[in-house]
Design a protein around this ligand. Structure first.
Ligand SMILES: Cc1ncc(COP(=O)(O)O)c(C=O)c1O
Length: 503
């Protein structure tokens, strides 16, 4: 049983097996209409031969523009409108938007809708950079809430309802709280508990579910954020459920806590007037596959993953994170489509194991850290690839393992204090200069810098740079962490605000 309402209470009970937008562009694409409109490659005939060979004429024929009668203009609901409505129904939302600039675009639109100038929202400190960028666009500010942090593994988990409640105590006027679930490591937060806290404070709960577009579609997966009470979520459908890279969805529940018209305005502002039909058709198709066949596909993947997980777990020095983590602070559920391997006992870092897998077996992982590897599985993961992985991984580790244990680097970032002086927007748009890091103490950062691991920003635009933060980031770089977002990844220089200009 799944917890999404596409079976049972739907406005169009038999519609999920259809893909109206995909079907409409296919009908137009292949019927030989004369195209006196953009794009200039005219269905492929005018395209570079190399591109035609690489993509195939079929893809180019389907690369149709917006505003074709019978596709996205004409009597309402157009095929495009029906496709978005079917997506909303599949996810149990009131409204869905197809996004052609990733979940990033969804976060931007939500900030425009919920965090206008002068509005402070609550934000998980290790939110994706697109939420800080969203505040740069919208002019809002943030009161941060720290995620739980596993010092041993150097891994941030979810925000707890208690931590969220404390954040609301300090920012009771916040109209919305933004949390991340699941994390990059597949750990799901207590979304239901967080929704209760946010609603109790009169605010909306927004879940960045970029990594959880499959949640709710199989009984062994965590429930979907909207079914747990979230008021809106983003789903980076390209990550797991098979739409094309750069496509995603924004979903708003019918709770009335998020102004649908304001979100629609936000989506329009940051959307191209020429969105890619290929990306949107892939969203329509991915929704159909997920809604109709998702449970069966996920079942096969979850079972195959369990076998691979067990085999990898038995490799000396390795252990695979999973169900036993549920119940730790910040973890209310886990995603079996993520294989997260703690490799510390091999005496090697995750970077070394990842490089050895690449060199020996041409295997590429999603993420390597000092302590771990993260492998991402897809909704219809080929089972034989998982079987091969178990063998290749064991053989790789056998060849490179050393005696001794690697430690996860980095102390918890929560100990750092952050002073926000100006809004992210003022810091980003204000006049800045690049200075040596030693001279930056006391200045206001224009940059967002997060060491990976732990993946929690130590510095955000608008924050005062303290000696403690500089020391911490230097310590991370010397230990081999990568600095995400830093204009100078070696952390010799940093961009700061020229304060007179911001006064
Ligand atoms: C938590 C989270 N939110 C949002 C995004 C942005 O997603 P997209 O790449 O689809 O724009 C990512 C990307 O990795 C992410 O990890």
């Amino acid at each position: 049983m799944t917890d999404v309402p596409h079976r049972g209470v739907t406005r169009e009970p038999a519609a999920q097996p259809t893909a109206p937008y995909l079907e409409a562009i296919t009908a137009y694409g292949f019927r030989g209409s004369l195209r006196f409109h953009v794009p200039g490659h005219k269905g492929g005939e005018g395209a570079d031969p190399g591109l035609r060979t690489a993509l195939g004429d079929r893809a180019l024929l389907l690369d149709v523009p917006q505003d074709i009668e019978g596709i996205d203009v004409g009597p309402s609901p157009t095929p495009y409108e029906r496709a978005e409505q079917l997506a909303a129904e599949a996810y149990g939302a009131q409204r869905a938007w197809f996004l052609t600039n990733g979940a990033t675009q969804g976060n931007h639109a939500l900030c425009l809708a919920l965090a206008p100038p002068g509005t402070r929202v609550i934000l998980q400190r290790n939110s994706h950079a697109s939420l800080i960028d969203g505040l740069v666009l919208s002019g809002g500010t943030a009161r941060f809430v720290a995620p739980e942090y596993d010092v041993e593994l150097g891994m941030a988990h979810g925000v707890t309802p208690d931590a969220l409640a404390e954040a609301f105590d300090r920012a009771p006027e916040a109209p919305a709280a933004f949390i991340v679930s699941p994390t990059y490591y597949g750990m799901a937060a207590d979304v239901g508990g967080c929704a209760e806290v946010a609603h109790g404070a009169g605010a909306a709960l927004i879940v960045d579910g970029a990594w959880g577009s499959h949640f709710g579609f199989h009984a062994r997966l965590p429930r979907s954020p909207l079914a747990l009470g979230a008021d809106a979520m983003i789903a980076s459908t390209h990550k797991i459920v098979g739409s094309l890279t750069q496509s995603a969805m924004l979903l708003v529940a019918g709770t009335g806590r998020v102004d649908v018209e304001a979100v629609a305005r936000g989506v329009r502002l940051i959307r191209s007037t020429s969105p890619s039909a290929l990306l949107m058709a892939s969203l329509d198709a991915a929704r159909r596959q997920l809604a109709v066949h998702g449970e069966a596909l996920l079942d096969r993947t979850i079972r195959a993953a369990a076998v691979a997980r067990e085999a990898i777990d038995s490799v000396p020095g390795c252990s695979v994170l999973g169900e036993d983590f549920v119940g730790r602070p910040g973890i209310a559920g886990w995603d079996p489509l993520r294989v997260v391997i703690d490799v510390r006992g091999t005496g090697c870092t995750g970077y070394e194991v990842a490089a050895a897998l690449r060199n020996a077996y041409d295997i590429y992982v999603e993420l390597a850290t000092h302590a771990s590897l993260v492998l991402v599985l897809g909704i219809g993961q080929p089972v034989d690839a998982l079987e091969r992985l178990a063998h290749d991984f064991a053989e790789t580790v056998r060849q490179i393992a050393r005696t001794g244990t690697q430690n996860a680097i980095s102390r918890p970032p929560a100990a750092l204090s952050h002073e926000t002086v100006v809004s992210p927007r003022d810091a980003f748009l204000g006049r800045g200069e690049t200075v040596a890091v030693a001279d930056a103490v006391g200045r206001i950062s224009c940059e967002s810098i997060a060491g990976y691991p732990p993946g929690v920003p130590s510095l955000l635009p608008g924050e005062r740079i303290s000696a403690e933060v500089v020391a911490y980031l230097r310590e991370l770089t010397s230990e081999g962490a990568r600095l995400h977002g830093a204009s100078d990844p070696a952390f010799q220089t940093v961009r700061v605000l020229i304060e007179d200009a911001s006064a």
